[in-house]
Design a protein around this ligand. Sequence first.
Ligand SMILES: [Ca+2]
Ligand SMILES: [Ca+2]
Length: 246
Amino acid sequence: MGAQVLFCFTAFLVIFVSLESAFVRPSNVKNATDFTLGKVIVKGNYNAVNLYPVKDVKTALSQLHKKLESLEGRMDALEKFKPACKFDFERGIDDWQKTGTAFNNQPTYGDNPTARNRGQPASQQGDWWIGGAENRSSKAATAGNVQGDGPQGTLTSPYFTITGKQISFLIGGGCDIKLVRAELVIGNKVVKQATGQCSETMTRKAWDVGAFVGQRARVKLVDVSSGGWGHINFDDLKGDMRCGPH
Ligand SMILES: [Ca+2]
Ligand SMILES: [Ca+2]
């Protein structure tokens, strides 16, 4: 009987020592189920998972971090291959968003002011442009038709990202910037404005946008006038800008 007790005690001692050596707890273990690996807190029954030395985990996290940085660098590199933004309305108003009725007939085809002998050529880029007072939304429509200054509304571009110092555009129509204008909008803030010269003829204007590199922006055409010269003309927005979600 004494020999049996001694055998059982010895067997228990061997098993206990084996278990303790198999599951070495880190010094910062507060209880049997939680422990930390650097800043990583692992919760649960760690007897049921594989344990790795802290050094290995830190090495693995460092390698993962480097791979993520490399991937981010590649995505930045791909960004440079995206085509630059250009809004010239040669294929319609694209994804520009309308409110009100001022821009219902847009874009306008051809030099419609000259077609009605206005004496102020539109000087548009290509065949299509935004002519706030015009009413010629197809080649087949009667040349020279107008909707006049009465309608009011806005026309807002899709988002683009500013990538450099300058964007430019053709602008004409009214000349009261309080009533008819183009705005550069970043977030909900208007950071630049421009208007025409009380002539249907568009001329190129540029905005210095160097302070906004990397920011998402939109251009908004505004017409809140129904009086004389209560319209805005616009075309060929281009420059240091890229389209897309970034
Ligand atoms: Ca055009
Ligand atoms: Ca108007």
